[in-house]
Design a protein around this ligand. Structure first.
Ligand code: CMC
Length: 428
């Protein structure tokens, strides 16, 4: 709380509200008493000016292009850390000491297997089911398998559920992929890294050993780190809202997966690569730029724009460099990368994009890398979901432990019919 206040003049009087100040970032007007004082609601569709909670996990300065996890800049984490360390950081608040990291990694690897009966769920899906559809179902189904970690009032059970979710997501995601290509499910190998294990589960077959390419493993680590958390984005807010009613953690994460799937959110990585493929050559870029600018055309440049970043998405910078490195080291020449780079340059110098502060976001280059590694486009958002599970469980735990937490219950501006009397069907 600061000494500063915000005053509001209304027809029914003047009111003063305290300002809350975070450790960094804009002050926040505390309007909790607003309705009681004034009998009015505030209106903010899409929460463009509304802080829905307090959080100590992730900080974004959209104007400066800054993203910090527990205070650490994303580019330093992407460059120097690994996914297990970032997962620990997000969950526990600080970088682990070696012993803590070893114990955390050990715990996660000991939870990588899924109940054998879960495999039967996959067989209920069509082979051509979108893997995100499968993930919504099977992650929700975990609630029916792990009853000993659904009591959300018990911090130990919450921690076990969090470990289970982080550990089992790669197994479930790889099973979704294997099911779609008709190959047998593999069991996890706990001697491998988190990403190494996931690569083997996805691309390995029981008939021969799978060799992990260290360049690909490193790129996957980076992609996972870059997607691990992003403060109160749509899917995280969904997880918090679902969790605010006391729902179990597996059901809440399934809700987050459903939200992430949308093309305005996590589904944008799939949509961005499809768009780059559709553009196909550098020559056709102006046509698509013109479409993106045309008010009568619903087309948007996928992988461009962000609610919060109005300078540059710092994750996109790391992603672009990783895309170049991966393609070079794997000796792949993909015309899609040329299209992406040229499109970025043209858009960055175009008045429409400058004026609206539209820059490439994390999804613009990630598809190029994932495609080079060999993932089909339908798996892109699933990979996002694996990584974001860490952020979701960290935010969910923070919410449950917050003494100010209440069930999420927004108000509305009602614009429907006023009270009227029922008319029997024959008289209508
Ligand atoms: N291409 C063309 N025009 C755009 C784009 C775009 N990608 N994004 C925004 N605009 C325009 C939009 O038409 C609007 O113009 P006007 O003011 O004339 O009506 C203006 O910019 C503001 O757009 P908005 O939709 O009001 O902004 P928002 O903050 O609600 O939306 C967004 C943010 C990410 C949903 C949007 O930029 C978008 O749809 N981008 C494409 C999808 C995408 O890449 N999503 C991934 C986001 S990053 C990963 C993640 O966190 O999930």
């Amino acid at each position: 709380m600061t000494d500063k206040t915000a005053s509001l003049k209304t027809t029914s009087g003047d009111f003063t509200y305290p300002l809350l100040n975070g450790s960094v970032g804009p002050d926040v007007v505390d309007i909790r008493k607003f309705y009681g004082d004034t009998g009015m609601f505030t209106y903010d569709p899409g929460f463009t000016s509304t802080a829905s909670c307090q959080s100590a996990i992730t900080y974004i300065d959209g104007d400066q292009g800054i993203l910090l996890h527990r205070g650490f800049p994303i580019d330093q984490l992407a460059e120097k850390s690994n996914f297990m360390e970032v997962a620990y950081l997000l969950l526990h608040g600080d970088l682990p000491k070696q012993k803590e990291l070893d114990e955390f990694s050990y715990t996660i690897t000991r939870h990588t297997m899924v109940h054998e009966q879960l495999a039967t769920f996959y067989r209920g899906f069509r082979r051509d089911a979108h893997p995100m559809a499968i993930m919504c179902g099977v992650v929700g189904a975990l609630s029916a398998f792990y009853h000993d970690s659904t009591d959300i009032t018990d911090p130990q059970q919450r921690l076990i559920a969090s470990h289970r979710l982080i550990a089992k997501m790669p197994t479930l995601a790889a099973m979704a992929f294997k099911y779609s290509v008709g190959q047998p499910f593999l069991y996890p190998q706990n001697g491998l890294s988190y990403t190494g294990n996931f690569l083997r589960l996805t691309f390995g077959v029981p008939a021969e050993p799978y060799e992990i390419n260290p360049i690909v493993e490193k790129a996957m680590e980076r992609i996972f780190i870059l997607h691990a958390d992003h403060e109160q984005n749509a899917s995280t807010s969904t997880v918090r809202l679902a969790g605010s009613s006391g729902a179990n953690p597996f059901a809440c994460i399934a809700a987050g997966i459903a939200c992430l799937w949308g093309p305005a959110h996590g589904g944008a990585n799939e949509a961005a690569l499809n768009m780059l493929r559709e553009i196909g050559t550098v020559k056709r870029i102006p046509e698509y730029i013109a479409r993106a600018k045309d008010k009568n055309d619903p087309f948007r440049l996928m992988g461009f724009g962000h609610r919060v970043y109005k300078n540059y998405d710092p994750r996109a910078k790391v992603m672009q460099a990783t895309a170049q490195a991966v393609l070079k080291e794997l000796n792949i020449s993909d015309p899609v990368l040329d299209v992406a780079q040229e499109l970025e340059q043209i858009a960055l110098h175009d008045e429409y994009f400058i004026e609206k502060k539209l820059y490439p976001n994390v999804d613009f280059y990630s598809g190029v890398i994932l495609n080079a590694i060999g993932f089909p486009t339908e798996m892109f958002t699933v990979l996002f979901a694996i990584a974001r599970t860490v952020g979701w469980v960290a935010q969910w735990n923070e919410m449950i432990s917050d003494p100010e937490q209440k069930i999420g219950r927004p108000r509305q501006l009602y614009v429907g019919a006023t009270q009227r009397d029922y008319v029997p069907v024959k008289e209508r």
